[in-house]
Each structure stands twice: as C-alpha cells, then as structure tokens.
Design a protein around this ligand. Sequence first.
Ligand code: PLP
Length: 568
Amino acid sequence: MSDETIRFDLPQSAIPTRWYNIQADLPRPLPPVLHPATYKPVGPEDLAPLFPKALIEQEVSTERFIEIPEEVREIYKLWRPTPLIRARRLEKALDTPAHIYFKYEGGSPSGSHKLNTAVPQAYYNKLEGVQGLTTETGAGQWGTALSIATSFFDLECIVYMVKVSYQQKPYRRAIIQSFGANVTPSPSDTTEAGRRFLAEDPDSTGSLGMAISEAVEVAVTSGGKYKYALGSVLNHVLMHQTVIGQEALLQLRRADAYPDVVIGCTGGGSNFAGIAFPFIRNNLNHGTNTRIVAVEPAACPTLTRGSYTYDYGDTAGMAPVVKMHTLGASFVPAPLHAGGLRYHGMASIISELLDQDLIEALALPQLEVFGAALKFLRSEGIVPAPEPSHAIAAVIREALAAKEAGEKRTILFNLCGHGHFDMAAYDAYNRGELSDYEYPQEAIDAAMAKVPQIEGQPKVVRRPAPAPVEEIRSEDPVAALEETAPEEAPGGEEAPGGEEAPGGVESGGETEAFVVPDAVTPGGEAPAVPAIDVPLVPAVEAPGIPSLDVPGVDAPVVPGFGEDPIDS
Ligand SMILES: Cc1ncc(COP(=O)(O)O)c(C=O)c1O
C-alpha cells in the first residue's frame, strides 16, 4: 500500500460554527423580491405566513456570518464533517495530470446534502411553535431530508411529491412515510391549485412548480398551524449549505491543495452554493482566482438558455416573484429526461453571480452525464445520484482538457448525493433507452410569454451564448475514457504534471496564500463595495471574531507552511 492519502477527514470539533452569508460580499445587492399580487417589494410581514421569523431574518441579512445553533450542530454530528476524497482512481482512469477532489455528502442519513438545511429549518420552526411543515419534493431527496428533520423535532410533515416521481419512486415515498410524513402525489385534488392544474390537464405528471403551489397553499391557509419549507433556491437555504465549502477549505489545506476550478450541479442552486460560496468569497476578498462552474442539464437549461427576469417561483403564482434565471414558471420537464435538476428557475443569488460574471454555466446532455456516472462509479465505487453526475461529466471534461494542455489542474466538485434510489434511470441508460434531449426554444418562448410583466423590467432577457472559457476536446470525453480502464491503472504513482504551487494557487501572482474562513483578516476585512441597503428586518446579531472551533485555524494560513491546525 502506498502512503498517499486519498481521504481527508476532520474531527467533529471542526464542524463549522457559522454559516457563510455571501450577501455580505456581493458586489451588487440582490434585486428586491416582489409580492405575487401587487408586484411591490415584500416585507417580513408578507413572508410571515410561510416562514419563521429567524429564517426571514436570515433571508435578508447582510451579516457575513450567522451562528449555527448548538442544537443544529449537535445533529450535524450524525454525518458531519463529511469526507473530502481525492478521486485518484478516476484520475488514473483518465490518465490526467489533474488532481480531482470531491466532497461526499451522500453519506448523510438522507443520502444527500439536503439534510444540511432541513435540520435548521425544522429547528427554527419548532422554536416558533408551529405544528408542522409543508413542502414539495421531486426525486424525493428533499422530502426524505425534511421528513427526517421534522421527526427529530416532533413536527408534522406534509409532502407534495411530483406525481411521476411518486409513481416511479415507491421506495423514496416509503422512506418519507416511514419517518411519519404524509405524502400526496401532485397535482392532487386536496388543494385549489391542484384542482385547477388537474382541470387543465387531468393526466398531468406534475412539476416542482405545481407541487410548490400546493404546499404553499396548505401553509398559508392553515392559520399559522403549518409553515412552508423549501429545499433550495432561497438565500437562507443556500447559506445553510456553506458548511460544505467551509469544511472543504480546511480539508484541502490538509491535502496541501487549492482548487483551480470548483464544479457543482445546479437545480435550484443549493449544493452548488454550498461548495462554491466560500471559494467565491476568497475570489472576491482574498485575491484567489478559482473558476466556479455551475452545471445543468441540456433538458432544463435555466442558466444557459433562460432569461434573467422576474418570475414566479411556482406554477400557480402564489409564491413571491423573484428576479432569477428562468425558463418560465409553467415549464414542464420532458418525461424522457432522467437526470433530475428539473426546476424552472434558479436561486436569485446564483442568477446574480452569473450576471456579474463571477461564475460560469455549462449545460450537458444526459447521455454524457450517465456515461460519466458509470466511469466514476467504476473507478471510485460510489453510485452518484444523476444530479451530481452532471458535475462529474464536467469534471471529466475539465480533467481531459488539463491533459490536453499538459497542465496539472486542481479540480474540486460536490458529490452531493448517492443514486441508490435512481437505479431505474441507470437501468434505462444501461439498456440504451435514454436519448439526448434539448429543451425546444418554442417551449421556452411559450412559457416565457406567461411570466409577469413588471414595470420597467423586460420580460425576456437572454444571456448571450457564453464564450467558451475552456477549450473542450472535440471528441466525446466519456468515450475517451475507454482508452484506459480503471483496473489497468497502476496504483500509487504521482500523475505527470506541472510543478505544484503551494496550495495549488498560482504562484508568481499575488495569490500565494489561500484562506480558510476568516483565517487571514479576522474581523478586519472590508467588502469590495459599501454595505448593502438597510435590511428589511433587523440583522442577526453580528458574530465576533470568526473562529472555526479548530485550534489554530484563526491564524493566517499559507499552505505548506506552519502547523496543521487539525493535528496540532
Ligand atoms: C442529490 C441532489 N443533488 C442536487 C439537487 C438539486 O438541488 P440543488 O441545486 O438545490 O442542490 C437535488 C434536488 O433535489 C438532489 O436531490
């Protein structure tokens, strides 16, 4: 056995004590969220029927860090810190000089990153004294996570599950029910919105937008008994996921590495935010130059082909109107798309980051995605969910581009969930029953015609096709893998490649040092632009000097120098 380390674990004392709120560092503040009936900016009172006060405060807060309650950290201990793994066998299979690291969130009790936000959402609702939570779920990952979290806090849980998933994923449904939740296929006749959808199309297979409408309706008509929980998209949800990237920063330091590129898949944006935001913070405030890539399906190309405009978060137009990248709230995903990531919109923060050119976006076809998933699982032994398989396909492209360029490149991605309940999709792929599918422009145009007309805002604002940031090999990157089977690759050898700068950050520039959360300028860093407008509600109390609860972590860090804060 070689003495090369491929798995970087942290002690439980390294579970982050604070979530990172990127709203503190956005060069331009987020556009206001509008009321669905008046199209006027919403205030906290408008959101109160949906969310508890603490989460409304987090939604609009511009404090850089928000303390994680002790009760939540205690539950995080069930699966956090999650491992950072170097995909050494995949690197060898690709014969690439790139170093590939992934954060593995699939080992959580729910099987994905979603539990990172389900637990605090249940916690704050319990504090406020609500009786239960309503929600929607597509593939079932979020419904599973929320049913676990509500059972921990003794709350009721009402789940509207997109009908096609309800029918095709009986075991996800059974898990959610085992945790005590009530699951209804959506659209249903239990809500006014559902009855309207069924009147329009009795055979509707449902969509996340429809299920959200039903869950929101039950919460707002419950007289305060139920509130609503969303598993992605919202600012506070994205913020809860930043425990992933904060841990990754510490783990990469142990690996003496720093990413040249960070890659995550995007449905509503939460797992991508979790891995990427702490690195975007370093780009904005600490001089690093990491590329940040969001990957989506060609069948639901929200970031690459959607408009950045105001739209409803749900199909019935009950949820707030948000400026976001959207394909139109009436979007219904093609049934032949098996890869998840089917929401019509995108988190406002992610949309804004793309608009400010702080991240890149890439849409990939599903055959490449499933091909990449098979290559990954045969190398690393983990069956990835179809969603993060989009990230894996992009990682493979990146690693092959590094090989072509003869560059050592450090790649980090988020393996945000396992695919044990997605085997029907794998089965279809293995039998050759899947095909590529690009969402048709006419369908986008038809859905976009229905987005609300907001005064002074154009309805359709397409982003120009992104200039290729990276030359991608013209050959099929997955087929190229066939050249080297994983089992043929010898173990333990260093891949060929260029000299590694300390921490993988460009040497020769100003970016030698990298930063674990607040390691460089504790408490003293100024945002790039003046503070954002006064928040709608009082900001959450400012945390003091940041600390990661790991001895020595507050000290300035240059990778490769000084003590390892974890071992010391
Ligand atoms: C495993 C997994 N990854 C990714 C997603 C997409 O959501 P998000 O973009 O919020 O991470 C989902 C959605 O349910 C999921 O279950």
